[in-house]
Design a protein around this ligand. Structure first.
Ligand SMILES: NC(=O)c1ccc[n+]([C@@H]2O[C@H](COP(=O)([O-])OP(=O)(O)OC[C@H]3O[C@@H](n4cnc5c(N)ncnc54)[C@H](OP(=O)(O)O)[C@@H]3O)[C@@H](O)[C@H]2O)c1
Length: 235
């Protein structure tokens, strides 16, 4: 049976590595619905996936700014109409612009919450309203949501709220047989991490593929035996 995965923030970093991890494996996930804003990275990501497609899978890229609530509301019915049920959802897109408290721009705080918290909520709620049944939902939070760090107020707050929201989703959606998996990665070498720690040597920390492997394990049958309410993944 054909199954569909929707991955947000799949143009690069952990989202793209996760798409690749599932895509290159012989499994029942045949259709890949990928979300990100329009960019060269996103176009390149699609090309990269299709260049090595041993199992003849399908990729569908949708350009969307996940801070735009109306756009999410308009896109979800189109996705359901085209792809039918979305069995697997990975809420991975994330945004940060670290600043000390005195310099935080409120609009930027709203954008951080918009992308990191409201977007995962809206994707889930719209799809539920459209009658979608998820087998699992993976929410990518952060260790920054467990321990706040100086300069990361907006990001840490958004991720702490995502962790709390995921706990509620886990309880409420259990009756539908949906597994809600939440991971909190630590330092991982991506563009987002470079913004948070510009002076760090990226070769000394986790790579996106490591986080993708952890997501793959958690979504596999053995993942059922791992406590994934908020699993910390770090080096
Ligand atoms: N890297 C780390 O150390 C680390 C640690 C803990 C948690 N995380 C989390 O891991 C997730 C993936 O981040 P990453 O580290 O892989 O960073 P990344 O390489 O910068 O990727 C972020 C992804 O989110 C997408 N995104 C950001 N803003 C968006 C918007 N407004 N609309 C649509 N898509 C948007 C980006 O797409 P475009 O910009 O191309 O639109 C990109 O695909 C995030 O939730 C992040 O918070 C990362």
């Amino acid at each position: 049976m054909r199954k569909t995965i929707l991955i947000s923030g799949a143009s690069k970093g952990i989202g793209l590595a996760t798409a690749e991890r599932f895509f290159r494996e012989d499994n029942d996930v045949t259709d890949y619905v990928l979300l990100a804003r329009k960019s060269d990275d996103f176009a390149e990501a699609e090309k990269e996936l299709l260049a090595d497609n041993p199992f003849g899978k399908k990729v569908f890229c949708y350009e969307i700014d996940l801070n735009d609530r109306d756009a999410i509301g308009q896109l979800m019915p189109k996705i359901i109409e085209k792809h039918g049920n979305i069995e697997f959802l990975v809420n991975n897109a994330g945004y940060t612009a670290p600043d000390p408290i005195h310099e935080i721009d409120f609009g930027d705080f709203e954008r951080t919450i918009g992308v990191n918290l409201y977007a995962p909520f809206l994707i889930v709620q719209h799809l539920l309203h459209l009658g979608n049944t998820f087998e699992y939902i993976v929410n990518v939070a952060s260790t920054a949501g467990i321990t706040g760090r100086s300069g990361w107020l907006t990001y840490s707050s958004s991720k702490a709220a995502l962790i709390a929201m995921s706990q509620v989703l886990k309880e409420e959606l259990a009756i539908y047989g949906t597994r809600v998996i939440t991971i909190s990665p630590g330092r991982c070498a991506t563009a987002l991490r470079r913004k948070l720690a510009p002076d760090e040597d990226p070769t000394t920390i986790m790579q996106p593929e490591d986080v993708a492997d952890a997501i793959r394990m958690l979504t596999s049958p053995v993942g059922r035996y791992v406590d994934s309410e908020n699993l910390v993944v770090r080096l």
